[in-house]
Design a protein around this ligand. Structure first.
Ligand SMILES: Cc1ncc(COP(=O)(O)O)c(C=O)c1O
Length: 433
């Protein structure tokens, strides 16, 4: 090439959650039956879409030709009005339909909001990090993602001293990201903590980003609070979607809500640039927007979510009991989303640990991969080859300096769920012995 055509952030684009699948698929060919515990798609894990939601979608497809057309750039007005009305009923910051912008899934929203930030403006995110945020933010800056600690010794709550120290240490920090409920830890930000994050943003003139894709999937004792309820006059962006809630990840439908654009001209200009970027793309998927108010406004919707939440809670309690009994592991119950992070205690992982592969071919497939410097990733490969369970390592999968792995709470069959968790726990016990 005559010129360097590679983006300075190209090396930051990693998504271990899917990359590990390639290894898993090779193991399947080698005769290892693989249980996919890596991906957060409830449908892929066997959860079923309720018949009444399917009926709404089917009726819309059959009777509403406009569902095949483009929608306005920001999204269908009636849908945005519905969302704004529901948001305002909850109290907190008030919005109008104009403050809402639809995307082709939150993945699209995430890459757009970082892409159109000033290249030197950084957004500080949690560690462990959901990699779509951390990779997109790092790629935008052409530098590693900056993080604040979620503290495993305190139920994964954010370390506010670390957050303040990082804001002070990096003058480029212009925003703070929270993922609430969190992926990968299942932690729900306590209200007092949220308020202190908002205070820090106010003190330092920062904006907030709150990924709330799991906000209706919370089942802890303390209620989940959305950013809108605590943000006051600080500029912010909340992100929501239907991928996990309906669950309809294949619809590629999510939206952002801009808060307090009128309080800061630079934030308003930035929000306009995000909107203008969407305009170049024309619009986002129409059909899911068309059905959204019908589904969310149906009296069956919240009872349906309550049923799912009760099952996630049951599985979180069960997995917590199973992993807590393994010396060398640290685990907290999930309070939201459908993930749990299992941590290796310091010193638990050492060189020379291994598990017997299911067959010789499986051993050959993972052997060249075991040179990775990430010891938790080595365990993940060994687990895959010996038990046929595919989980995601914390270090390389979630941009973390901690060692562990993420499991999901999605398996609908409780007996099978227990077996898979027992199988992982048994492997960890043997590996760490
Ligand atoms: C925290 C979080 N945000 C966003 C997304 C992306 O969702 P979407 O399907 O809307 O792109 C995910 C998907 O796993 C997620 O876990």
């Amino acid at each position: 090439m005559r010129n360097d055509i590679i983006h300075p952030g190209a090396g930051e684009l990693t998504y271990e959650i899917r990359e590990i699948v390639e290894v898993g698929l090779r193991l399947v060919q080698a005769g290892v039956p693989v249980v996919w515990e890596n991906i957060g798609d409830p449908i892929a894990k066997g959860e079923t879409m309720p018949a009444w939601i399917k009926e709404i979608v089917a009726r819309t497809v059959a009777e509403d030709d406009s569902s095949y057309g483009y929608s306005p750039t920001k999204g269908l007005l009636a849908t945005r009005e519905y969302i704004a009305r529901e948001r305002n009923l909850e109290g907190g910051v008030r919005i109008t339909a104009d403050d809402i912008l639809f995307f082709n899934g939150l993945g699209d929203a995430i890459s757009t909001i970082y892409n159109y930030l000033h290249p030197k403006a950084r957004v500080l995110g949690p560690n462990p990090a959901y990699s779509t945020h951390s990779s997109a933010e790092a790629a935008h800056a052409g530098a590693p993602h900056l993080t604040y600690r979620l503290d495993p010794a305190r139920g994964w709550h954010p370390d506010l001293d670390d957050l303040r120290a990082k804001i002070l240490a990096h003058p480029g920090v212009s925003g703070i990201l929270i993922v609430n409920p969190d992926n990968p830890t299942g932690m729900v930000y306590p209200e007092a903590v949220l308020r202190r994050v908002v205070d820090l943003a106010r003190e330092f003139g920062l904006f907030l980003v709150s990924d709330e894709i799991y906000s209706n999937l919370a089942y802890g004792e303390a209620p989940h609070r959305k950013l809108a309820g605590v943000i006051g006059d600080v500029p912010g962006i909340a992100m929501r979607g239907i991928s996990k809630e309906f669950p309809w990840p294949g619809s590629r439908c999510g939206w952002v809500e801009f808060y307090n654009r009128d309080k800061d001209p630079a934030f308003a200009r930035y929000a306009k640039s995000v909107n203008d970027a969407k305009m170049l793309e024309v619009c986002s998927t129409t059909l899911p927007q068309r059905v959204l108010p019908q589904v969310m406004g149906d009296p069956r919707y919240y009872p349906y979510l309550a049923g799912r939440n009760a099952r996630y809670k049951e599985k979180s309690d069960l997995a917590h009991g199973i992993f807590s009994r393994v010396p060398g592991l640290l685990v907290h119950k999930a309070h939201g989303a459908f993930y749990m992070t299992v941590l290796f205690k310091p010193g638990a992982l050492r060189d020379g640990q291994s598990l017997k592969p299911m067959n010789a071919a499986a051993g050959e497939i993972i052997r060249p991969l075991l040179g990775t410097p990430h010891r938790d990733k080595r365990f993940v490969y060994e687990l895959l080859a010996s038990r046929g369970v595919c989980v995601v390592p914390l270090s390389s999968g979630f941009n973390s300096d901690l060692e562990g792995f993420r499991v999901t709470l999605l398996e609908p069959d409780l007996g099978r769920f227990r077996d898979v968790m027992e199988s992982i726990a048994g492997a960890a016990r043997e590996y760490l012995a």
